[in-house]
Design a protein around this ligand. Structure first.
Ligand code: CA2
Length: 380
């Protein structure tokens, strides 16, 4: 793939001003990281930055001949430029919009993006790492394009369906991304796992859900993931999905949501797999106090009995807790305690420890240890 890295107004100032908002990397640093990442995935990358709307439009037009995907930070033009929207739409090149800062937590006018509807995906608030995630997203879209289907009326109530090759009915892996239930982290985090598992013969249903807005989001997030699992019953006929072989797979905070969906959804899954799961919220460590309080809102701790997986056992479904021993984010002890408690409560449960994997490795097919993770996800 040939990828155009396109940056709009003021992004030439990156790293020279406002590091508290945009970090300390310069635009040259960003380009270097993007080149390296695209190269690792087997793609070529060219970059262009301009402070002028017309030049950006010309660059998008010219990309028809030179690029198969665009990673675009339109800067503040994103909030106003219908002309850029039309340029992206006119050329039809898959474009991922990216913003370094969390545009939803700043001035109200930055919440609006008029360019986003012309793009295939939007990433914001992950710092410059968002550029690399945008490249990964283009890569996995190209390898296996998803069909995005709604399971409710809210824009976040959607999921990406990827079917498996060959005659069905196929088993289904429901993927629930993590990211501490916060706004910037969305389902592209599970793209790699979704594509890899589909190539192994399992259809994947990669779920988006409403995230903390800004506090007390637990009710919406949990309801959404359960609804997304339940929605499989209405699409299974059209797509040859085997509802008797559904596995819910959650990563990190997504494991907390996935656990309750596995326990409560109208479609009963055959298993639940936690990858580096937040499974013991009450003992997650002080580093998680703020994020868990934001998720639970006022009077948070009193809610633990209904939101903490380890306190809601038995689940009634077989569970597997996979954890990388190099995980410096969510302690492997959470998985150990969960499996012990699940067995004590009468669930079938097992622990898979992956010595060489860290927190993000357990969702990356490119990482060491993935083979073991994939086998656990497929119940092997
Ligand atoms: O968060 C982003 O990536 C933005 O697209 C960056 C734009 C801003 O206008 C958008 O609302 C969000 C600004 C680019 C950099 O602007 C600077 C301003 C002062 C100092 C350094 C850079």
């Amino acid at each position: 793939m040939r990828i155009l890295l396109l940056n709009g107004p003021n992004l030439n100032l990156l790293g020279r001003r406002a590091p508290e908002v945009y970090g300390s990397d310069t635009l040259e640093d960003v380009a270097e990281q993007c080149h390296a990442h695209a190269g690792r995935l087997g793609h070529r990358l060219e970059e262009f930055q301009s402070n002028h709307e017309g030049e950006l439009i010309d660059a998008i037009h010219a990309a028809r001949e030179t690029a198969d995907g665009i990673v675009f930070n339109p800067g503040a033009y994103s909030h106003t430029s219908y002309a850029l929207h039309d340029a992206i739409e006119a050329v039809g090149i898959p474009t991922v919009e990216i913003h370094i800062s969390n545009v939803r937590e700043r001035e109200p006018w930055r919440r609006i993006s008029v360019t986003e509807p012309a793009c295939v995906y939007q990433i914001f608030g992950r710092g410059v790492a968002g550029y690399l995630d945008a490249i990964s997203h283009l890569h996995y879209r190209k390898v296996h394009p998803p069909v995005t289907l709604p399971y409710g009326p809210h824009p976040d109530q959607v999921a990406d369906l990827r079917l498996a090759d060959g005659p069905g009915p196929h088993p289904v892996a429901v993927l629930v991304h993590g990211g501490g239930w916060t706004d910037p982290y969305t389902r592209d985090l599970m793209d790699g796992a979704a594509v890899d598992l589909a190539a192994r013969g399992t259809a994947t249903w990669n779920v988006e859900y409403r995230r903390i807005p800004p506090v007390g989001g637990w009710r919406d997030s949990m309801a959404d993931v359960s609804a997304a699992v339940g929605a499989l019953s209405s699409i299974s006929g059209d797509h040859g999905l085997d509802l008797d072989r559904v596995t819910v797979i959650g990563h990190s905070a997504g494991a907390q949501l996935g656990f309750f969906a596995a326990k409560n959804a109208s479609v009963r899954p055959a298993g639940f797999v936690a990858l580096a799961g937040m499974l013991d919220l009450g003992n997650a460590g002080s580093g998680f106090d703020e994020i868990i309080s934001a998720f639970l809102g006022d009077g948070g701790h009193a809610r633990l009995p209904v939101v903490d997986p380890i306190r809601a056992l038995p689940s009634g479904v077989p569970t597997v807790a996979v954890h990388g021993l190099m995980d410096r984010s969510v302690a492997p002890d959470q998985s150990r305690r969960f499996v012990e408690a699940a067995l004590a409560a009468g669930d079938r449960s097992r622990l898979v420890e992956v010595p060489e994997a860290d927190h993000m490795d357990v969702i990356s097919p490119l990482a060491a240890g993935w083979e073991e993770v994939a086998r656990a996800c497929l119940g092997i």
